[in-house]
Design a protein around this ligand. Structure first.
Ligand code: SAM
Ligand code: SF4
Ligand code: SF4
Length: 341
């Protein structure tokens, strides 16, 4: 195992940041944390829009930025165009946008593409456009497809992301051919979370406030037990000690080492709760370095590197899978890049 100092020198500085720059989205994809949150809570989603002044602190530290998040769509961020503009003017080496929601006008997309012609846009269209809303509930798939083509015409680096589900499996080759014809790159996700029909049915049941509370408490326990069960496998391979694992910034202004730990079903677990201490909020720090140099962050990585058996259940749930050592990070004509442990 590498030492904490060596780890920081080699990896931490090169990490990418995945930003939840708003809490809004018009879709309700059944397996998204957004629809889970709305199913289990009586409130709307917490969180606010990332402001240009908060963002300026961030880009002093991170050069690789993904606007994506876990429960919102970046295009609805009140200051999103200003943030894109900052990335362009500051010549960030890589700015990515992950989007699937519709609700913005064609003129808005034109402005966004002009604001930062270097940003890479990934459009989540799961199947032929007219079928995409089977999973992407409320999406106007045909409009989004048109915007994806517009991006390509405006010379934006454009990717069509296609999550493979039982309903769209048979259209994969047809869509590949369509993307090739348009000169658009394609990216397929074979999601482990693929059977969404059950989730759709479960979430369609309206729960009372008391039932919501009980269901949430039950799920928190079930997930904790899952992690504790995996712990017996003694096979933890923490992804966040490598640079490929993005750090996450939540719409509530807190950083976490990965997107799994930025979740209300896990954030009360030991270690994880410390990332949400008020003094680690972005507004309470002049620089992002202060946050990563805090005792909470230093102790967490020291524990993962020196004494991983003390890791919280969520780490064993997500980073102790049997496939850990063989995870394919990148696959192209030059071969495969596999995560090394
Ligand atoms: C929560 S979304 C936020 C960004 C944007 N709203 C979107 O959906 O692309 C983050 C990522 O999760 C992906 N995602 C959504 N549902 C998924 C699923 N069932 N399996 C795997 N990835 C999924 C999205 O496509 C996106 O790349
Ligand atoms: S578009 Fe993205 S954020 Fe919105 S519900 Fe779907 S997966 Fe979640
Ligand atoms: S689940 Fe735990 S070990 Fe895995 S990446 Fe997240 S913080 Fe690191």
């Amino acid at each position: 195992m590498i030492s904490v100092n060596e780890y920081k020198k080699r990896f931490f500085k090169n990490k990418r940041l995945n930003i939840e720059n708003t809490a809004r989205c018009t879709l309700l994809c059944p397996l998204c944390k957004r629809s889970t949150f709305l199913h289990l809570n009586n409130t709307s989603l917490p969180g606010t829009d990332l402001t240009p002044s908060q963002f300026k602190k961030i880009i002093k530290y991170f050069k690789l930025i993904t606007f994506g998040g876990q429960l919102s769509d970046p295009v609805f961020g009140r200051h999103f165009l200003e943030l894109l503009d900052i990335c362009y003017k500051e010549k960030l080496p890589k700015t990515r946008v992950l989007t699937a929601a519709t609700g913005k006008s064609e003129d808005w997309y034109k402005t966004a593409f002009k604001t930062n012609p270097d940003a890479i846009w990934t459009f989540g269209i799961d199947g032929p456009p007219h079928l995409s809303s089977t999973y992407r509930i409320n999406q106007d798939g045909e409009f989004l497809f048109k915007m994806m083509c517009l991006a390509k015409e405006m010379k934006i680096k454009t990717i069509w992301q296609y999550i493979i589900f039982p309903y769209n499996k048979k259209y994969v080759e047809e869509c590949k051919a369509r993307a090739e014809q348009l000169g658009i790159g394609m990216f397929f996700i074979e999601s482990e979370r693929s059977d969404f029909e059950q989730a759709k049915k479960r979430k369609a049941i309206k729960l009372s406030a008391e039932q919501k509370k009980q269901t949430k408490e039950k799920w928190i326990k079930v997930l904790e037990q899952q992690g504790i069960k995996n712990k017996n496998l003694n096979n933890l391979k923490p992804r966040c000690i490598y640079e490929e694992q993005e750090i996450t910034l939540s719409s509530e202004g807190y950083f976490t080492p990965c997107c799994w730990t930025d979740d209300e079903l896990y954030n009360q677990q030991p270690w994880i709760n410390s990332f949400f201490s008020p003094h680690l909020h972005i507004d309470n720090n002049d620089t992002v370095d202060n946050i990563f140099n805090s005792k909470e962050w230093r102790r967490f990585f020291k524990m993962l590197l020196k004494n991983p058996n003390n890791a919280p259940p969520v780490c064993f749930e997500y980073c102790a899978s049997a496939k850990g050592d063989h995870e394919i990070l990148k696959s192209d004509k030059h071969g495969e890049t596999v995560r090394k442990h």
